[in-house]
Design a protein around this ligand. Structure first.
Ligand code: HEM
Ligand code: NAG
Ligand code: NAG
Ligand code: NAG
Ligand code: NAG
Ligand code: NAG
Length: 355
């Protein structure tokens, strides 16, 4: 049994060695991946999200963000969902996630309903990707066929989450290099930042722009003065940093292109938003102009960039596992792996001692 698993995993590694070069990671996922094994999947996710969104429209934004925070940290593998255990240091406590991530309970609700009809079949990583795609539809954004077939990680990486997730005070150079590290280009950066057309942000993440920008003692000069006063009312100088402000003051719960017209009139909420339009001489300014005047161009780029982001370092084939509960790796298989590792180590030790 154990040696069979070893042979299988060795074969798998051989396939991977030859597979990496000729095939792009795009080829590994397929929108029809569950069409035979879980035909109810899409309608179940849709129903849960429709129900949730009637009570909490912000949740659709939160779920799109959750997929992003999954993909930027060791790939789209549901590592972000893993809770602290003896062997896992949860990404949920990383600085960009703590007191900030939402939707973990909704993912669990979807997973429970999916397990009831198709047990041990659908990965948590795919649920995150599909929830993001269906959230876009439910919030009047673009629709796309979500590529599926990801598997779930056996690990999480909190320090990588701190390292890879961009911060609200990033300048354009930092934003570009954060996205480039994930294989995403400048057009992807501008399109995906358009997700800041809905949802909320806490005052603490932009309050420096309102009162003491870059320690100048003055507000950020790239902030519209009327908008500045509105934000100062929402976020008073010594008020609670946890108060929420809408990303988009005009259509706060709709995925449209007003984000870009807001940037053009100096109404970007985060520094990282406004940088895309206001950095002198930047190649992103013309992309903001294009998306603000052409919603279809934005939707087309957003769709493509979401699919591209959803492909980052996915686990497929025999890698990872299909978790039974999204917050924990499967006990049985991890114990089995331990047995395999120790038997492999002891056989390597035997070989060494026999040399
Ligand atoms: C470009 C670099 C980015 C930076 C610096 C950034 C930063 C942030 C920050 C600081 C917040 C507020 C968090 C809080 O208040 O706790 C936020 C919220 C949000 N972000 Fe980003 N983000 C970036 C890119 C993205 C991308 C690529 C997506 C998705 C495609 C995204 C989707 C969202 C959404 C939807 C929210 C609102 C979530 C909610 O209301 O629950 N962001 N982001
Ligand atoms: C959605 O809500 C309706 C009405 O409350 C309920 O009957 C239905 O079971 C819910 N569906 C899901 C998938 O949660
Ligand atoms: C996982 O951890 C979160 C806090 O990050 C907590 O709210 C949740 O209840 C935990 N889930 C489980 C299933 O223990
Ligand atoms: C987390 O990622 C960093 C950077 O890639 C790596 O050096 C480290 O070993 C990883 N830690 C875990 C627990 O996987
Ligand atoms: C962006 O920020 C980095 C790190 O703080 C800094 O080294 C760099 O000079 C900044 N770039 C620009 C164009 O301001
Ligand atoms: C701005 O921040 C710097 C550094 O924290 C501080 O020394 C300075 O006193 C602040 N200025 C004002 C006007 O609050």
């Amino acid at each position: 049994m154990v040696s069979l698993r070893l042979i299988v995993s060795t074969l798998c590694c051989v396939v991977v060695v030859f597979g990496v070069l000729p095939f792009s990671s795009n080829a590994q996922l397929d929108p029809l991946f569950y069409s035979k094994t879980c035909p109810q999947l899409h309608s179940l996710v849709y129903q849960v999200l429709w129900n949730v969104s009637t009570k909490d429209p912000r949740m659709l934004a939160s779920l799109i963000r959750l997929h992003f925070h999954d993909c930027f940290v060791q790939g789209c593998d549901a590592s972000v969902l893993l809770n602290n255990t003896a062997t896992i240091v949860s990404e949920q406590q990383a600085f960009p996630n703590v007191n900030s991530l939402r939707g973990l309970d909704v993912v669990n609700e979807i997973k429970t309903k999916v397990e009831n009809v198709c047990p041990n079949t659908v990965s948590c990583a795919d649920i995150l990707a599909l929830a993001a795609g269906i959230s876009s539809i439910l919030t009047r954004g673009p629709a796309w066929m979500v590529p599926l077939g990801r598997r779930d990680s056996l690990t999480a990486n909190q320090s990588l989450a701190n390292q890879n997730l961009p911060g609200p005070s990033f300048n354009l150079t930092q934003l570009k290099s954060s996205f480039a590290a994930q294989g995403l280009n400048t057009n992807d950066l501008v399109a995906l930042s358009g997700a800041h057309t809905f949802g909320r942000a806490r005052c603490s993440l932009f309050i420096d722009r309102l009162y003491n920008f870059s320690n100048t003692g003055k507000p950020d000069p790239t902030l519209d003065t009327t908008y500045l006063k509105e934000l100062q009312k929402i976020c008073p100088k010594n008020g609670p940093g946890t108060t929420l402000a809408n990303f988009d003051p005009t259509t706060p719960d709709i995925l449209d292109n007003t984000y870009y017209s807001n940037l053009k009139v100096k109404k970007g909420l985060l520094q990282s938003d406004q940088e895309l339009f206001s950095t002198p001489g930047a190649d992103t300014t013309s992309i903001v102009n294009k998306f603000s005047s052409d919603q279809n161009a934005f939707f087309e780029s957003f769709k493509n960039a979401m699919i591209k982001m959803g492909n980052i370092d996915v686990l497929t084939g025999n890698k990872g596992e299909i978790r039974k509960q999204c917050n924990f790796i499967n006990k049985k298989s991890s114990e089995l792996d331990l047995v395999i590792v120790s038997s492999k180590e002891s056989s390597e030790a035997d070989m060494v001692s026999s040399i």
